[in-house]
Design a protein. Structure first.
Length: 423
């Protein structure tokens, strides 16, 4: 039996099927429907990136709600990851100083809300848990003394600011994609004007459009010029332009805003019905201000938005014929940029359109409707949103480098640029 197993593994290796021992890939995710509105931002303000600098003074605040009146005890730990979000080989005592786990001490019960919940928050890193290495990190929150009962995971970055990164975003230089795609050219050098040794094998450069993970591109090195490593003029630099984000505001659950059709109250829960979505794929591009898929919590009654904002079922309606080739999804920070059953729209024959309802906390939200073919890992904006090279998008560049002798990737540079040619 052992002999046959060795033969099978060898054949799989020859055929290139080497993921039978694939590592777990971490992602932004809630593992129970009771956990909602998970946010990780810099203490300096809302909608900031979850990025800190190695040995710097920046801190992050993790916050989340649990839909319960009962307070639970939660702990968290921090996990160092590679650029692909698999756990690195570094031991915790090599990248953390102090305690490896800590209890979340801060919580408050909601006040004057129909949906009762407990709001938790924690500053990271804390005085008792400091980070010693740069890279990708995961915060893992779980029930006290039960590390296998994970309730959420959230990504953040610790950057060792060694790189000089130059980013240029333009409409595609190819006439074929001039009106639909954007081209991101990147050059990387060291701030001290020395060299990154053998970058072709030791360096990885990724570009992310807004918060999407499915179309994050790893760029290919083109050459080196005057101490700068060039990543440009390649198919990996091209992104669909997409369209400006859709939005709705239910700061109030009594007064309708522009994109809200009506309110309701059913089964002791608030209901918010949005207006029918417009299919934009054949409409001209219209410039408008958005927040690139993010959201922020607020309400019109309580001064403390974190515990005074209520929850509601927000209903989305898409007038589109039923597709047998794939599914439509509501995508943005409000759904962790994921493609799950919870944010997949389903066709309802009685109303002849697609529908989905998301349970959301009061606030202002951006989102898009993307189509995902059943056989593709990537979602398309062309079917509903359309693609325009003039669209405002935020691009973030991540530069990873594996120093000689290290068994992990350092994050040696990170920068973001907003492409807004008409503003």
């Amino acid at each position: 039996m052992k002999k046959y197993l060795i033969i099978i593994i060898s054949l799989l290796s020859i055929l290139g099927v080497n993921n039978i021992y694939a590592q777990f890939v971490y992602e932004n995710r809630e593992y129970t429907p009771l956990i909602k509105t998970v946010q990780l931002e810099q203490t300096s303000g809302i909608m900031t990136q979850p990025v800190i600098t190695l040995n710097g003074n920046k801190r992050l605040v993790l916050s989340f709600d649990e839909l319960s009146e009962q307070t639970n005890r939660y702990e968290y730990t921090i996990i160092h990851c590679e650029s692909d979000w698999t756990e690195s080989k570094v031991e915790q005592n090599e990248y953390l100083e102090g305690f490896f786990t800590q209890r979340i001490e801060n919580y408050q019960n909601s006040f004057n809300t129909i949906q009762r919940y407990v709001h938790y928050w924690q500053t990271i890193p804390s005085e008792n848990m400091k980070i010693k290495k740069s890279g990708n990190y995961i915060i893992k929150v779980y029930k006290e003394d039960e590390p296998d009962k994970v309730v959420l995971t959230k990504k953040f970055y610790c950057v060792e600011d060694l790189s000089n990164i130059q980013v240029e975003v333009t409409p595609s230089k190819s006439s074929q994609y001039l009106k639909t795609k954007q081209e991101v050219s990147v050059k990387v050098g060291r701030k001290d004007n020395s060299f990154f040794s053998t970058p072709e094998s030791l360096m990885k450069v990724y570009v992310q459009q807004n918060g999407r993970e499915d179309n994050k591109h790893q760029l290919r090195m083109r050459g080196m010029y005057a101490n700068m490593i060039d990543y440009s003029f390649d198919e990996s630099n091209l992104f669909d332009g997409g369209n400006e984000f859709r939005s709705f505001d239910f700061t109030s659950i009594r007064t309708k805003s522009q994109f809200i059709k009506s309110f309701g109250f059913e089964n002791n829960e608030n209901q918010v019905y949005l207006r029918q979505e417009q299919v934009k794929n054949y409409t001209p591009y219209i410039s408008q201000v958005d927040i690139n898929g993010k959201y922020y919590v607020r309400n019109d009654i309580s001064e403390d938005y974190s515990i005074g904002s209520d929850y509601a079922w927000v209903h989305f309606f898409l007038p589109q014929q039923m597709s047998l080739e794939g599914s439509y999804y509501i995508v943005g920070d409000l759904t962790n940029w994921r493609y799950d059953a919870q944010n997949r729209m389903t066709y309802q024959d009685d109303i002849k359109m697609y529908h989905v309802a998301l349970y959301l906390k009061q606030g202002y939200y951006n989102y898009q409707i993307l189509f995902k073919n059943s056989n593709s890992p990537y979602a398309e904006s062309s079917q509903i949103e359309g693609n325009h090279s003039e669209t405002n998008n935020k691009y973030t560049v991540y530069v990873y480098y594996r120093n000689f002798g290290d068994d992990f990737e350092s994050l040696v540079g990170l920068t973001s640029v907003e492409y807004n040619p008409k503003r």
